[in-house]
Ligand binder design. Structure first.
Ligand code: UN1
Length: 483
């Protein structure tokens, strides 16, 4: 595609499409010769303008009432779902997940807006008697104000949707900064929100770099709260800055999610859970199953079957319906994945299969999914989040050891177990130190109507998604009234 012939996609500030200070090429990781589109990069000053616009619009939006907010979110949902094929193709071309996964993600974004359209009408509150006779107490939820939303590249439309929809539903205004690598899906979402009739300034999009736009969101006093998904390092910095400025903050960061496979597991189920959890979406999910903790009685059969299954995975163009694993998102991530494969070898892990860069008939960041066996939980490949198609097997003697290895990590997002023993499944469900537990299911792949989030180093602040999202996107007011 010829870049010069394409129009630039601009930022949305106070209801106006606004040029940035720079223009970035959004390239297809499955074919780096292909420019998906040109996208504005904004500055600190433009982020500040967007924040000012959001502040200006906040009183009106906060007072707009549940019907207006419901109608906007429902229209956004309908339009996303109508365009799911086209938006799925755009997502696949900018991020690299397969077309089936991409259309699935767009569908999820539409469903999230539908859920939160309903939430606008499902309000909660309490009226209680005071301990002082003749006094009543009202407990109500109010919007927080202007929310800065910073989203990662691995879910270019679902994560913006699951932060923006509740923010708007509960009466807040928004400035969204999508990941610099994948602005296209977020831009399309912004266009849909604007065209659906969002009042100017209620929703703003400022694409660009974290060091410009992200920094301004975190430090500008006009932002009341930050919702962030991304790396542990960036999350820690954002958390500290928010604390200093007194902003409310919600952080979703890394994972090193265990999938325990017990001797009594159904082998086919366990292998499918591992393949899906570890390698789908090219392993680029914070919920990915990166540590496969396998009891000794099933270990040999599991490693053989998983190795065969992993070798058979079709890596290629996300738009080809045969493809099961798309490319890695960019050169930096590919280099880091390949380096971790080397680290694993150097640490003495046995590479069962994969781990090489793959050449295709086009320039892209393709990699053969890698499976390591003979690893111990102290190795770097079992401690650090890789965020690519690299999984490790840790052999254990019994269930108690499996549980203790599963919990021996600084993270605590998702934890899975494959077993046919109800007692063990129940014990794991109650003792896994994770925000989400999956029984006979992959650690990744979550519903949109229930809470999402983790413990320990994975997450900070209230849960996202479902009606639990209310906790972050509202603030409680307690009013005492003497008649
Ligand atoms: C999923 O597993 O369906 O960034 C969602 C991530 C998570 C979302 C995972 N916040 O990978």
């Amino acid at each position: 595609m010829n870049t010069a012939s394409q129009a630039e996609h601009r930022n949305l500030i106070g209801g106006e499409w606004t040029a940035g200070i720079d223009i970035a090429e959004n390239r297809n990781p499955a074919n780096t010769d292909e420019v998906v589109g040109l996208y504005a990069r904004g500055s600190k000053a433009q982020a500040a303008e967007a924040i000012a616009a959001a502040r200006h619009s906040f009183p009106g939006w906060a007072a707009s009432g549940p019907q207006a907010r419901h109608d906007l979110l429902k229209t956004v949902s309908d339009r996303i779902l109508e365009r799911r094929k086209e938006l799925g193709e755009l997502l696949a071309r900018e991020e690299g997940k397969t077309i089936a996964e991409s259309i699935g993600e767009v569908t999820r974004a539409g469903q999230i807006f539908d859920f939160f359209a309903g939430e606008c009408l499902r309000q909660t509150g309490d009226i209680l008697d005071s301990v002082r006779p003749g006094v009543e107490v009202f407990i109500q939820r109010e919007p927080v104000g202007v929310i800065g939303i910073i989203t990662p590249w691995n879910f270019p439309i679902a994560i913006p949707a699951w932060k923006v929809a509740p923010a708007l539903a509960y009466g807040n205004c928004v400035v969204l900064k999508p990941a610099d690598l994948v602005p296209g899906s977020a831009w399309a979402l912004a266009e849909i929100i604007k065209d659906a009739g969002a009042p100017a300034g209620v929703f703003n999009l400022v694409m660009g770099r974290g060091s410009e736009v992200g920094d301004e969101l975190v430090n500008n006093p006009g932002i009341d709260a930050i919702s962030f998904t991304g790396s542990v390092q960036t999350g820690a910095r954002i958390g500290a800055a928010c604390m200093q400025h007194g902003k409310k903050v919600q952080l979703e960061m890394g994972g090193k999610n265990p999938l325990v496979v017990l001797d009594d597991a159904d082998l086919g189920t366990a292998v499918e859970c591992a393949v899906n959890g570890a390698f789908y979406s090219t392993g680029q999910r914070c919920t990915a199953s990166s540590r496969l903790i396998v009891e000794m009685g099933i270990h040999g059969r599991f490693v053989d079957a998983l190795g065969e299954r992993t070798k058979s995975l079709v890596v290629g163009d996300p738009l080809d319906s045969e493809t099961q694993i798309g490319p890695v998102v960019d050169q930096r991530q590919l280099d880091s994945n390949l380096e971790y494969v080397q680290v694993g070898k150097d640490e003495g892990a046995e590479l069962v299969c994969g781990g090489d860069r793959l050449e295709r008939n086009r320039p892209g960041y393709f990699m053969q999914p890698a499976l390591f066996a003979g690893t111990s939980n102290t190795m770097r490949i079992n401690r650090e989040e890789i965020f690519g198609p690299v999984a490790t097997v840790i052999e254990v003697g019994d269930y108690d050891e499996a549980l203790s290895v599963a919990n021996d990590t600084e993270f605590g997002l998702s934890a899975g177990i494959c077993t046919t023993d109800l007692g063990r499944a129940t014990h794991f469900r109650r003792n896994a130190q994770a925000g989400m537990v999956m029984v006979n299911l992959p650690t990744a792949g979550v519903d949109y109507h229930v809470p999402f989030g983790g413990r320990k180093g994975s997450s900070y602040g209230p849960r996202e998604q479902g009606s639990y999202a209310r906790e972050f996107f509202t603030t409680v007011k307690t009013t005492y009234v003497k008649g």
